[in-house]
Design a protein around this ligand. Structure first.
Ligand code: IVH
Length: 667
């Protein structure tokens, strides 16, 4: 094939595939079989690799993603990405309506849309071709997720139709439809991975994955709802969405134009009761003034438009029955009561268990065995019981009595005065505590050793791993003779353990699982003391001098280091070659801010808050979250909170802008 012929066929294939994508993903009306589609994609990929000179980022072949890993770069938003005011009841919505009518008069049409529960993205197109996709970020800058967005097949990479603006920005919500979500979670559970709590978390986790080939395998979708700058192009919001639809964007059909509040309330009622029938999750509805002229008259507050508001639904509830109550023992020995329920359908999944938190919670709600209870799904994967239906209670039932001994090892439970949880104090002999510590040690943010929960269980049961230091004496023969292990999987485990010897000191410190020493605290401690030895020598006072370390954490560290068995463990880990010290963190760029404490507040035009924090540290300064007499400067962006402003004024603290900050650093 000549270059000319190749170019012609590549363009032809791209056009055909683009049309099939649109038919399949936007119109839900495929016109060829999956097999034929794959053949076309294959042909295109082959030609593109033979003739790389015709490669193009927006080719339909890129929809399958790339294996390359990339960090996300952040870019400023052309228009700030604002959020919406929330209302939870009719009165608040009536108030919104009155506020609107006071400004623009009584003739207002509201456009009602569903509030899609996903991740907001801003897409830009130049001359009808996809350019970039940014996440919301801090509202003024977002992460560039273009590579992952390209894999979402309902998103057009080339627009079609009339009057396409030369520069277009459009906002939408990336979602994972219910069906894809269920499938993904089933797969994850099968592979021993933690399931996602809800489709929104799954969508956001997916969008932030580095490997777009993996993103391409997850059936993300994107629903569009807003064209910033629409005032230049349209007279009404609904026309802008119709145009977006005509250019190839997926704009759901559930929207309506209303002319009275009673129609708005009908719309809300309909979707509050029918939301389970939708193929995706919503968490409310959005009500927008339809006329763009009126929108302009209303304008914006610092954070939200005055012409739109959301009405949030209450969390979905279901009625079930408490069949029995189990007790789980965590890595720290904390006991969590869990109710086993009569299975019931709730927010797209079947619920069989609900957490009861602790003994206080059970007595507060007076939950008894056999009770009919209201279950609600919050942000977490495990639903909670929010109330008991007293009318249906068996009159002979008795208040539930919390256990007094550990269900796993029989040890008498303890309860500290100021804590809600019961604890099993048998740290060294209680199996779930030992296994929990090992699981924490190997987890991704700690030593990153690839072993499933079942493997840890097996190693523990076989007596091969009794504490985390035993991992480093395991050998290939021991592992490959275990149930379900072969030469290859055994080798993988051993090399993964081997690699963990290089994990840097802050993560090793986190991996130890010392109470209250999470990822950030571990990093702060490591950076302050630079070695385990120095950390162990530090007294309470020296520990509390470290940024963010208070009495509680310092005490927990002192007490952990005072236990002889922990010292033995550390010695064994040290001889196994783990990193117990580190070099001084990134050298300072300058000392310009040494001794100065800054508080960052608001949204900035040129840098994200994280970038500003890093700059402060790199120039020797200290970041603090709250204003106090010790604060030297407040670095204020837009929308600095009024209470912060008052406090700063009262304490006479200097407020500086982003520009002033940059010139202080001579940047
Ligand atoms: S309009 C300036 N419409 O809700 C107006 N937002 O709480 C911008 N959302 O950040 C928003 N569905 O991520 C709008 N039909 C819809 C929406 C919607 C979901 C999200 C969006 C926004 C957040 C605000």
């Amino acid at each position: 094939m000549t270059q000319e012929q190749a170019k012609k066929r590549i363009n032809e294939l791209r056009k055909i595939l683009q049309e099939h994508n649109f038919n399949y993903y936007v119109k839900s009306n495929p016109t060829i079989s999956d097999f034929e589609y794959d053949l076309l994609i294959n042909e295109l990929q082959t030609l593109e690799s033979e003739f790389p000179q015709f490669d193009n980022e927006n080719s339909p072949s890129r929809r399958v993603g790339s294996d390359l890993n990339r960090e996300f770069e952040s870019f400023p938003h052309r228009y700030p990405m604002l959020s919406l005011g929330n209302t939870y009841n009719r009165e608040e919505l009536e108030e919104f309506d009155q506020r609107v009518k006071k400004v623009v008069g009584d003739e207002v049409a509201y456009f009602c849309e569903l509030k899609y529960d996903g991740i907001a993205v801003a897409l830009t197109y130049r001359k009808g071709t996809f350019q970039q996709a940014l996440t919301r970020g801090d509202g003024s800058r977002g992460d560039d997720v273009s590579h992952n967005i390209r894999t979402i097949r309902s998103i057009p990479l080339h627009l079609h139709g009339d009057h396409i603006p030369e520069d277009l920005e459009i906002r939408g919500e990336v979602i994972l439809p219910a069906e894809g979500f269920e499938k993904l979670n089933k797969e994850r559970e099968k592979n021993g991975e933690a399931p996602f709590a809800n489709p929104r978390n799954a969508a956001s986790g997916t969008l932030k994955m580095q490997n777009s080939a993996l993103v391409a395998k997850r059936p993300l979708d994107c629903l569009f709802y807003f064209i910033p700058g629409e005032q230049k192009l349209f007279q009404t919001h609904h026309e802008s969405l119709e145009a977006a639809r005509s250019w190839g964007f997926k704009v759901p059909e559930y929207n309506i134009l209303t002319h009275s509040m009673s129609e708005v309330f009908d719309y809300i009622d309909t979707w509050e009761s029918d939301r389970a029938d939708l193929p995706f999750e919503i968490d409310g509805v959005v009500i927008k003034v339809d006329s763009i002229l009126l929108q302009q008259q209303l304008g914006f507050t610092a954070k939200t438009p005055r012409w739109a508001i959301s009405y949030k639904f209450r969390a979905e509830q279901a009625l079930s029955r408490v069949l029995s109550i189990d007790f789980q023992v965590g890595r720290t020995g904390a006991i969590t009561p869990v109710a086993n329920l009569e299975p019931v359908q709730l927010a797209g999944t079947i619920v069989k268990r609900a957490t009861l938190h602790n003994a206080d919670q059970i007595s507060l709600l007076d939950i008894r065995l056999g009770d009919h209870v209201h279950v609600e799904k919050g942000g977490e994967i495990i639903p909670k019981i929010v109330g008991v239906d007293q009318k249906q209670r068996d009159p002979s039932s008795k208040p539930f009595r919390f256990i007094s001994t550990c269900p796993e090892c029989g040890t008498q439970l303890l309860r500290k005065e100021d804590e809600a949880a019961h604890y099993c104090p048998n740290e060294t002999g209680c199996p779930p505590q030992i296994k929990g510590r090992i699981e924490h040690f190997i987890s991704r943010k700690a030593m990153e050793i690839n072993a499933a929960e079942a493997t840890i269980d097996l190693l523990f049961r076989e007596g091969l791993v009794k504490d985390v230091s035993d991992l480093y004496t395991l050998n290939l023969d021991q592992v490959k003779n275990l149930d379900r292990f072969g030469e290859k999987s055994a080798q993988n485990l051993i090399s993964s353990i081997e690699n963990s010897r290089q994990v840097p000191f802050p993560r090793v410190l986190y991996a130890l699982g010392i109470r209250y020493v999470g990822e950030t605290v571990a990093r702060k401690l490591a950076e302050a003391f630079l070695s385990l030895e120095r950390l162990m020598e530090a007294n309470q006072e020296a520990l509390e001098e470290v940024d963010e370390i208070g009495e509680r954490i310092a005490q927990s560290l002192r007490s952990w280091f005072s236990e002889e068995r922990n010292i033995h463990l550390l010695n064994r880990l040290k001889s196994a070659g783990l990193q117990m010290e580190m070099d001084r963190p990134e050298t300072l760029i300058s000392q310009l801010l040494t001794g100065k404490t800054l508080v960052i507040s608001g949204v900035f035009a040129h840098h994200s808050r994280d970038e500003l924090k890093t700059m402060i540290e790199q120039h020797g300064g200290k970041n603090s979250a709250s204003i106090s007499a010790r604060t030297d400067y407040i670095l204020a962006g837009e929308n600095m909170g009024p209470s912060k402003y008052q406090k700063a004024q009262k304490l006479g603290i200097e407020i500086i802008t982003e520009e002033q900050f940059m010139s202080m650093l001579a940047l």
